[in-house]
Design a protein around this ligand. Structure first.
Ligand code: ZN
Length: 149
């Protein structure tokens, strides 16, 4: 493992141990979406408050592996305060990164760049993208239960 990979791993473990924006709110102004990854047992719920095309807040809760839970934490920090359009672009870029493709705007990924190495582990791809898929679905107007196959 080189120095950069070690640094990325530290960021991932730090978010896993100290997750940001964790815990759901009982607030009707938030949209909620629950998503599972049966292949790993990851189970994530994302909530978001969106006003006039701006993402005011994002909450996350759930259980799963370190990649999935840390990625949910990183996602909330990366997309909070963004417009819906720029968040959708960042989500698409995150999928490119995870597939081993070149992101269009790597700087906009902020800390999410630490998941670059996941491209080498196809079994972990769904873990890394689960929270981002849930957020993407909320941005597309979905709510409630969704199951990832
Ligand atoms: Zn997982």
């Amino acid at each position: 493992m080189n120095k950069l990979e070690m640094l990325y791993r530290q960021v991932i473990m730090e978010h896993y141990k100290n997750p940001r924006n964790k815990g759901l709110l009982n607030d009707p102004n938030y949209r909620t979406l629950h998503l599972k990854n049966p292949s790993c047992g990851d189970d994530i719920t994302i909530q978001s408050k969106i006003n006039n095309n701006n993402i005011i807040d994002i909450r996350q809760d759930g259980t799963g592996c370190s990649i999935c839970c840390s990625s949910a934490s990183v996602m909330t920090e990366t997309l909070k305060g963004k417009t819906v359009d720029s968040a959708n672009n960042i989500i698409e870029d995150f999928y490119r990164l995870i597939k081993g493709e070149e992101p269009l705007d790597p700087d906009a990924l902020e800390e999410a760049i630490v998941y670059e190495g996941v491209a080498k582990f196809p079994a972990r791809v769904k873990c890394a993208t689960l929270a981002w898929k849930a957020m993407g679905a909320i941005l597309a107007g979905e709510e409630g239960e969704r199951h990832e196959e």
